[in-house]
Design a protein around this ligand. Structure first.
Ligand code: HEM
Length: 445
């Protein structure tokens, strides 16, 4: 058995470290590992120290740790966004109960039923959105991708189809997420009100507006006698008739799905389009595959090169780059002792560029997913173990159908500055990381 060592001391000069991590956290993580080896410590403001690994051996230990030993980390920077009853934050019996409730809504046949909805949402955004994608126009890819993925979540989760209702949600959620990005996410000390004028006050007001919409939909659906479980809210309500969960908990779960379910997928869409348009041979190969394929979502979702493009995007640009677990009893990660209450983490940008697994890891090369198979401890964009992303199948399906629909309808090009310059860094936005600057596309045809 390997000898356990005590944890290395977290770094001094904390403010400088925080600044370096804030400017480019992937580079910072690489630097820390190069200095200290794997695992290594990183301290987050208002959160404490986390022992990180970025190797398949570490991923295996973290994902396979006994479930009863693991909790989500506390305090959790995203708690104000998702709420204390969120699946992301519960543990033990409550987590098991909520996963049992939610997981079936994201499986096989149910997901496939959303195929047409995803295609229609994409076509509407291109042809009929607030800024139609006509030749000669410039598209803000983040705004467009968010609009598509939010619509999918609103319809799939809440069954919201009416345009005005969708617009009300879109405005509320955009305001809610914008109010929480940046300083409030990273500096918990700023989460205080000041006579209605502080950033925290604005965030609390935005959350109240969004919660009002959610409550209205809950009430409307509850008052209808029919049991409609064609969407996720219907499923949750039918389960409630069996006894649980209460209104506030349901509200947190719905807010979680709204937040976790659209920003992550939208970011991946932006990165996929970006890397494809910087890698002409990959774009050509994908277009050729799409030309041969039919329009049925099921057929599209099975295309091998499209699949490889999506996986490669999630490898190089994982939108949720770190996976955290708090241990409730002593545990050893890669031979380093953790005490009860300590937190361990998996750094996906390190795992996904480990040179022992990935050839030429910094390059966008979808072919690697055609040539080889990667295990769940080598490639883990959706995390793993008992907390693996509950929406992974929906996200995978959505990525493929939106990309195929966009590329089948329009020809895009990156403006010269983006086509040739350095690739933008990934920075934390709120629940997901994304490109530091917005990435526009010119519509050619
Ligand atoms: C490309 C898109 C997405 C990525 C990369 C992603 C990634 C992740 C990751 C890394 C985790 C943490 C897993 C862990 O701790 O092991 C997670 C958890 C979660 N995700 Fe996703 N996600 C995506 C889309 C979605 C969607 C579409 C939904 C729902 C509609 C969703 C809902 C959730 C929820 C509820 C959790 C918490 C699961 C739990 O703790 O049991 N995600 N996701």
């Amino acid at each position: 058995m390997a000898t356990e060592t005590a944890a290395p001391a977290p770094p001094r000069l904390f403010a400088l470290h925080a600044l370096a991590a804030g400017l480019d956290f992937e580079r910072y993580f690489r630097w820390r590992r190069a200095r200290e080896g794997d695992p290594f410590y990183v301290r987050f403001p208002g959160f404490g120290a986390v022992l990180f690994t970025g190797t398949p051996a570490g991923a295996r230990e973290l994902f396979r740790a006994p479930i009863e030993l693991l909790e989500p980390p506390r305090p959790n920077p995203i708690e104000p966004l998702v709420g204390p009853a969120s699946l992301i934050l519960t543990s033990g019996a409550a987590h098991r109960r909520d996963r049992t409730l939610l997981a079936p809504a994201f499986h096989g046949a149910r997901i496939r039923a959303y195929g047409e909805l995803i295609r229609t949402a994409t076509l509407d955004e291109i042809g009929d959105g607030p800024a139609p994608w006509r030749p000669g126009t410039r598209v803000d890819s983040r705004a467009a991708a968010r609009s598509i993925t939010l619509r999918v979540i609103l319809e799939a989760v809440f069954g919201v189809r009416a345009r005005e209702r969708r617009a009300a949600y879109t405005a509320a959620i955009t305001e809610f997420l914008t109010a929480f990005s940046g300083p409030l996410l990273l500096a918990p000390a700023l989460r205080r009100g000041a006579f209605g004028r502080a950033p925290w006050d604005r965030f609390v007001a935005a959350r109240a507006r969004l919660d009002r919409l959610i409550r209205e939909d809950l009430a409307a659906r509850e008052s209808t006698a029919r049991q409609d479980d064609s969407d996720i809210l219907g499923l949750l309500l039918s389960a409630r008739h069996g006894g649980a969960p209460a209104d506030a908990e349901l509200g947190d779960q719905l807010r979680t799905l709204l937040v976790a379910g659209h920003e992550t997928t939208a970011t991946s869409l932006v990165w996929a389009l970006y890397h494809l348009h910087r890698t002409p041979e990959a774009l050509r190969r994908l277009r050729a595959e799409l030309r041969e394929a039919g329009e049925s979502p099921v057929e599209i979702a099975a295309l091998p090169y499209l699949d490889a493009v999506c996986q490669e995007t999630l490898r190089l640009r994982p939108p949720v780059p770190i996976v955290l677990r708090r241990v409730t009893e002593p545990f050893a990660l890669r031979g380093v002792r953790l005490a009860a209450g300590d937190t361990m983490g998996l750094a996906l940008p390190l795992l996904h560029t480990d040179p022992d697994i990935w050839d030429d890891p910094e390059r966008f090369r979808p072919e690697r997913f055609l040539d080889g198979r990667y295990g769940p401890f080598e490639f883990a964009p959706f995390g793993g173990g008992h907390r693996r992303c509950v929406g992974a199948s929906l996200a995978d399906y959505e990525l493929r159908i939106v990309l195929a629909t966009v590329l089948g309808r329009v020809r895009l090009a990156l403006p010269p500055r983006h086509a040739r310059g350095r690739a933008p860094l990934s920075v934390p936005h709120n629940i997901a990381t994304g490109p530091r600057r917005s990435i526009p596309f010119d519509v050619l045809a």
